[in-house]
Design a protein around this ligand. Sequence first.
Ligand code: DAH
Length: 438
Amino acid sequence: MNRARLGLPFARPCIRRRISALANGRPSYLEILGDRYPTDSITNLTPAILAKVPLRLHTRPSHPLNTLRGLIESHYSDFTHLSSLSPLVSPYKNFDELSFPQDHPGRAVTDSYYVNKDLMLRTHTSAHEVEVFRRGEDKWLLTADVYRRDEIDGSHYPIFHQMEGARIFAADATGMREVAEDNARLRHRLAQAPIVIEDVPHLAPTNPPQATHDPAYAALVAENLKLSLNSLMLTLFGGQAGVGGGAPLRVRWIEAYFPFTSPSFEVEVFFRGKWLEILGSGVVRQATLDTANVPNKIGWAFGLGLERIAMILYSIPDIRLFWSTDERFISQFTDKEITTFQPYSKYPSCFKDVSFWTAQGLDLHENDFCDVVRDVAGDLVEDVKKIDSFVHPKTNRTSLCYRINYRSMDRSLSNEEANDIQAQVVSRLEEQFGVEIR
Ligand code: DAH
């Protein structure tokens, strides 16, 4: 299961000791979206990431991410649509307000970008749930850029875009009548559509209702969530389904776990021969609604990763392409239209290896390594793989070897240029992490 691509959080189980990436040369403040913020010992935001914060791809006319957002917004046309909330949030808002445990790996500096200990770049759009519910919004969609430190390959990028959707109802007989009526309407519509759904129970001992919820209410709300999202899947992927005897769309529901929902589910869609993870969802934890000052409501939420879906719908093979400024990429797309990406020539790769001993007693996290490479090489890095790792039995030092694949999407990269970038990567590793090149 590829959690990072979908935007699902933090599968990595361990929090390792971090070596400060900016230890000595750290600036005293960072300027982000026109304001200055003090740094501290946990600051790990790099210039490469900072430079992309203002770009907001999901708002650029004719950009695939913007078109996809528009498609989902028109599906949920009676929801409030939000897309301009600042990516700077407190860790409290990103994690605590959503009942993330104190030791959750997503909080680690190896996994998230921190401006300082009180301010970070949101890792998911769920970070705004409390705020939006508090405004009194009952049904809303929010699109935003989100940030996670991660490995480097064709489907991972430290910035991606998510859409959060939510709907809440009065937690009483009147609210439940509204849910039941909506369920009947959606059920009727789906019964006539070319879609086959593999379901799981709305509630189960392994996916229970919350203690404060009437199980009958929780089941109705979970059903509403499923019907609503099945209908969205039909909008997104059902284009050819059933047409002229074509196969119906297949959607499957899977039990899941998120700190801020129960019951929780993931949705997968069978598309072009493969099951694809599309989103995470569930019945919103009552604690979230209590904090938002709407304790008498009950409802659902979902979060989906836009790049993942756009790569499938447009046949875009590399996640870096979304950031391309090459005319051959940009000029291919028309506003509000999903078209198949026409690949232009792929330029040759240039592989470079680097082997080193880490500093005594220190472990170098792969995400720290990748941020150095990204910072030096920008989007000229396509892939980074750890190809060797061992601990010397006598000295107890760790030896690591990484293979970096440099490739430009827009032009031919010369071997000299790649050597030059590699040399900069090596010296940054020596300076920042005290590694010894082998
Ligand atoms: N925020 C989650 C993520 O980034 C996705 C998600 C799961 C959002 C369940 C939700 C939800 O609203 O109910 O991985």
